[in-house]
Each structure stands twice: as structure tokens, then as C-alpha cells.
Design a protein around this ligand. Structure first.
Ligand code: SF4
Length: 276
């Protein structure tokens, strides 16, 4: 046995709803599990739980699975039928809490990291990618994007320009919010070490090139080739020591005495009575 009812299948600890004729079919269920285990009786361990199914006249018997490579798993054998006509409906191996199982499936589009894309690689975008909307939707005042664009004024004109450039889709509100969160939390957001120790922020820097559209209020591109953020999207509250308006006091850090001019000529008083 690989565990008790409470630890292996805790939600199955109450077998009281199981009809008596289905509970009595434990031997039938065990035989089905052994048959599925290619007749290896040793691979079917103790009964660990019994649960009524959601449909009438159906219940599942659970047995510990002493099967090589399946530590912590159990056989689940569902039996069904009226009294006198009980049959095996299904036999499966199910993992318990201690089982080694594969990680939950994550779609490749979610697993992919930006740095995984190499030269020549293709990364097609799904038709229903929520980060994008048809460009005309951004101009429809009844759409979320259109309403937002109308609020921001110049954004409508900018999206129109983009239509003229032949872009069939533009970023949706979700897509822009995603980007805004990513950029804010990134290396050039307000929480970065560089920003926290900066005395002035990008929003007031001459090298700050605001982006177009609804993200303009918070993001721009740094154009100062002498700083690490050059060419990156920076938050308006990011900042660095390359800020255009920083004034550096180039005076000496130690006290300097007043300048004294010494021409090297010693002036001595003329002795008394030396005049003719
Ligand atoms: S130079 Fe520094 S403060 Fe100015 S925009 Fe670039 S990162 Fe921001």
C-alpha cells in the first residue's frame, strides 16, 4: 500500500454514498486491474478508497499501484450497473500526491522567451492573438481601442497614418497594457537600481524621445549614446546619471587658500640717514 485514504486520495475519504452492490464489487474491480497489469497480481496493491460517481449506479474502487516506475500511483477501477448486473466500466492508472508526473502542459507560445528567437527563425502570430486588433477597430469609436484613441486625440490620426502604411493590425488595448507592465517592471522601469539612485528622471531629460500613441505619457526611447539605456524603451520615471540637465560642480572638494602673488622681490625698509 502506498498510503492511506487521507493522504493518497483525500477527497475520496467518504465511501458512504456508494451503493452496497457496487461496494461489494471490489473483487471484480481488482481482477480488472490485474488483467490490465498484464496479469501481474503483485502490481495491484491494497484497496485505498471507494467513491460514488456522479451518475447513478456507478462507483470507483482505488488500489495502490505497486508497478515499477509508478511510485505513488493508484489503479482506479470504475464499476457500474444495477444490482445483479455490475460490470467494469473503466480501468486507469492515476497519480497520487507523491507521484512523479510531467509538468502541466504550457503552450509553446507561452514557453517561448524573447531570447529564444535567433536569426532566420520564424515566430508567426496567431490570428486570434489578443495583443492585436484589426487596424480599423482602432478607428471605430464604438470599440474599446477606438474610444481610447478618441480620448487621446492625436492617436486617431496616428493610427490613420498607420493604416495608410498598410498595417492590417495594430496593438490591442490588452497588448499595450502587457507591454506597459513588462517595460515598467524591466531594467529601464522606475524600480530599477539605476532609476532609484538617479537624481533626475527621463521625463525631463533632453535625450528622452516619447513614443507615439497612448503609451506616450509613460514611455519613450533613450537617445543618449553614452548611457546603457541608449536605444531602449525607458519609463518616464526611469533615470540615469546621463540626464541632460545634470549640473556637475567641478570645484575642488577641499578648501583652497586665497591666491597670493609672489614676484620674488623682497622689499626691505631703507636704513635711516642713508639719504644724502
Ligand atoms: S540619458 Fe538617462 S535620464 Fe536621459 S533619457 Fe536616457 S536614460 Fe533617461
Amino acid at each position: 500500500m502506498t498510503g492511506t485514504i487521507d493522504t493518497v486520495v483525500p477527497e475520496l475519504a467518504d465511501p458512504t454514498n456508494v451503493a452496497a452492490h457496487l461496494a461489494a464489487a471490489a473483487d471484480l474491480a481488482r481482477a480488472a486491474a490485474v488483467e490490465t497489469a498484464d496479469g501481474e497480481d503483485a502490481q495491484v496493491g491494497d484497496a485505498v478508497a471507494l467513491r460514488a460517481e456522479d451518475v447513478p449506479d456507478a462507483a470507483t474502487h482505488y488500489f495502490a499501484a505497486d508497478k515499477p516506475g509508478y511510485r505513488g500511483w493508484y489503479w482506479a477501477v470504475t464499476v457500474a450497473g444495477p444490482e445483479g448486473d455490475v460490470n467494469v466500466s473503466e480501468v486507469v492508472l492515476l497519480p497520487g500526491p507523491e507521484s512523479v508526473v510531467a509538468p502541466a502542459w504550457v503552450p509553446w507560445t507561452d514557453r517561448l522567451r524573447a531570447e529564444d528567437l535567433g536569426p532566420g527563425d520564424l515566430l508567426p502570430v496567431e490570428d486570434d492573438d489578443e495583443r492585436l486588433v484589426p487596424a480599423h477597430a482602432a478607428l471605430d469609436p464604438d470599440s474599446e481601442e477606438g474610444a481610447e484613441a478618441a480620448e487621446t486625440g492625436p492617436g486617431v490620426r496616428e493610427v490613420g497614418d498607420e493604416l495608410g502604411m498598410g498595417r492590417p493590425r495594430v496593438m490591442s488595448r490588452e497588448g499595450r497594457l502587457d507591454a506597459a507592465v513588462r517595460w515598467s517592471d524591466g531594467d529601464f522601469g522606475p524600480g530599477a537600481d539605476m532609476a532609484r539612485s538617479a537624481s533626475a528622471h527621463c521625463g525631463t531629460c533632453g535625450f528622452y524621445l516619447p513614443v507615439a500613441g497612448s503609451l506616450r505619457a509613460a514611455f519613450g526611447v533613450c537617445g543618449n549614446g553614452n548611457v546603457p539605456a541608449d536605444g531602449h524603451v525607458v519609463h518616464a520615471e526611469y533615470g540615469c546619471g546621463g540626464h541632460s540637465e545634470l549640473q556637475v560642480d567641478s570645484g575642488s572638494l577641499v578648501a583652497v587658500a586665497d591666491l597670493v602673488y609672489d614676484d620674488g622681490v623682497e622689499m626691505e625698509p631703507e636704513p635711516a640717514g642713508s639719504h644724502g
